[in-house]
Design a binder for this molecule. Structure first.
Ligand code: CP
Ligand code: NVA
Length: 329
């Protein structure tokens, strides 16, 4: 049977998504206590994970390489000047060849269709390491972070991370990270309010994808959209943003900086908007001061560094779920 791939959080049922987050939490706890279980540390023994990155990366590269090493496997980093990813060779040929010699492909691409096409023709699991549409590894880490900061006690319901009823406010660009975050929120019963300037909202087709994440979910989180940051922030538990200029949009930088004026997350904006008293801040990084002021980014409210570290535990959980356990999560 064909391998199971991780293209987006939408590929996971609520119970599977919550299980990956819980597994990430338990691996984090065990490894930090110096008790790396042998079943984990040799789980990728003799296996190679190809990492095909056509864009720069700090967190995704380091977390994936470290995760594979911790699991006893070999991470093989293939940058855009190393292999013929869509250049001088078709994605089909590349996928056939690399999957014939490795146990997993982790790919960072531009158009989402590139990673989807790699997956279509691969004989091994493909994990999306960021495309123009989705960033599932980031969102597993983000929910681990939210679970750690806000999660209530364990519930017998496998799809319950103890985060239901929270509100996330996303202020800034509607991008790949937001789309998968919104899908995760819908599945976990977390409301998400998005404030973006006119013309930078969630595209209609993506709204449909996010809405369809609610299918079969008993109390799905609700997505709302506005152009007014204060409106989104009202009663929010977590304020989140990302760069206003994603990789590949560098030529639009000037235009975007202008369009997003007034959307920078500051203490004053949070106060004016009426965020909850104990509000926290998250950002997938890399960060620029445009979208969030230092007073927030480096404050005790900021979860950004635990969030970044959680990429490691998320990568371990994803590799375990998709490669070691072949998609049986
Ligand atoms: N958050 C994230 O994916 O960072 P990198 O681009 O550095 O991997
Ligand atoms: N939205 C950003 C995320 C980087 C991790 C980008 O696509 O560049």
């Amino acid at each position: 049977s064909p391998p199971r791939h991780l293209m987006s959080i939408s590929d996971l049922s609520p119970a599977e998504f919550a299980t990956l987050v819980r597994n990430a939490a338990s691996h984090k706890k065990a490894v930090k206590a110096g008790q790396t279980p042998p079943a984990l540390s040799s789980s990728l023994a003799g296996k190679t994970v190809a990492m095909m990155f056509s864009k720069r990366s700090t967190r995704t590269r380091v977390s994936t390489e470290a995760a594979v090493a911790l699991m006893g496997g070999h991470p093989m980093f293939l940058g855009s000047s190393d292999i013929q990813l869509g250049v001088n060779e078709s994605l089909y040929d590349t996928s056939k060849v690399i999957s014939s010699m490795t146990s997993c492909m982790v790919a960072r691409v531009g158009p989402h269709s590139d990673v989807a096409n790699l997956a279509k023709d691969s004989s091994v699991p493909v994990i999306n390491a960021l495309s123009d549409d989705f960033h599932p590894l980031q969102i597993i880490a983000d929910f681990l972070t939210i679970h750690e900061a806000f999660g209530t006690s364990a519930s017998p319901d496998k799809s319950d991370l103890g985060v239901r009823g929270l509100k996330v406010a996303w202020v800034g660009d509607s991008n790949n990270v937001l789309f998968d975050l919104a899908i995760g929120c819908v599945k976990m019963g977390v409301d998400i309010a998005v404030a973006s300037p006119a013309g930078y909202g969630i595209p209609e087709a993506m709204k449909q994808v996010i809405a369809s994440a609610a299918h079969g979910v008993s109390s799905p989180g609700k997505l709302s959209q506005t152009t007014v940051p204060e409106e989104a922030i009202k009663d929010a538990d977590v304020l989140v943003t990302d760069t206003w200029v994603s990789m590949g949009q560098e030529e639009e930088a000037q235009k975007r900086l202008k369009a997003f004026a007034g959307y920078q997350i500051t203490n004053d904006l949070a106060k004016r908007g009426g965020a909850k008293e104990g509000w926290k801040f998250m950002h997938c990084l890399p960060r620029h001061p445009d979208e969030v002021a230092d007073e927030v980014f480096y404050s005790p409210r900021s979860l950004v560094f635990p969030e970044a570290e959680n990429r490691l535990w998320a990568a371990i959980a994803a590799l375990e779920g998709f490669v070691v356990n072949k998609g049986q999560i």
